[in-house]
Design a protein around this ligand. Sequence first.
Ligand SMILES: [Zn+2]
Length: 186
Amino acid sequence: MRVKHLSPPMSAPANCVLVAMLLPSVIALAVAWLPNGDESRLQAAEVSVEKFTTESLRGRVVFTAEAMARLHGAKSVSEAAERGLALETPDGRLVPLLEDVRGRAFRADERLRHMNVELLVRRYPNSPVVQIVTLYEISADGKFEIDYWCDVCAIAMFELKTCECCQGDIELRRRRVVEANKPASP
Ligand SMILES: [Zn+2]
């Protein structure tokens, strides 16, 4: 229970005064927490804050500055050339990408920027920026889930780097996605 941690150690008199001041709120907290026995109320509150929708988008991942210049003639300052990443859809729409480790993967490995991709993304309220959940390559021979793999440690990673376990080299991994209504070709 978090209630235990509310009073840090301190000198006795100060402690007494503080306990007297805090007691009603400590009891209120305990009453609020105890009926459930777990933290389901807190979890419910956290989930409502992190509300998002999920969707799939196709296209190529580009640097925003290059794409804005090419598509609209709108030039960025040179130092912003590789600052932002976006998904460019086939109809020329730019969808800005949040740069977490999945987003940063497109910066670290040029091969990803040459792929026709499908991104499973989270879209948050009031934000044009989407967050990548899963990366797929859409190629002539099918759909592949893309990540990185260390053969030695048998662990997957989201971006190209030295293995976070053995510090060795890791490989781009392509795993064929078998669609439920579409069996994989041999
Ligand atoms: Zn490793």
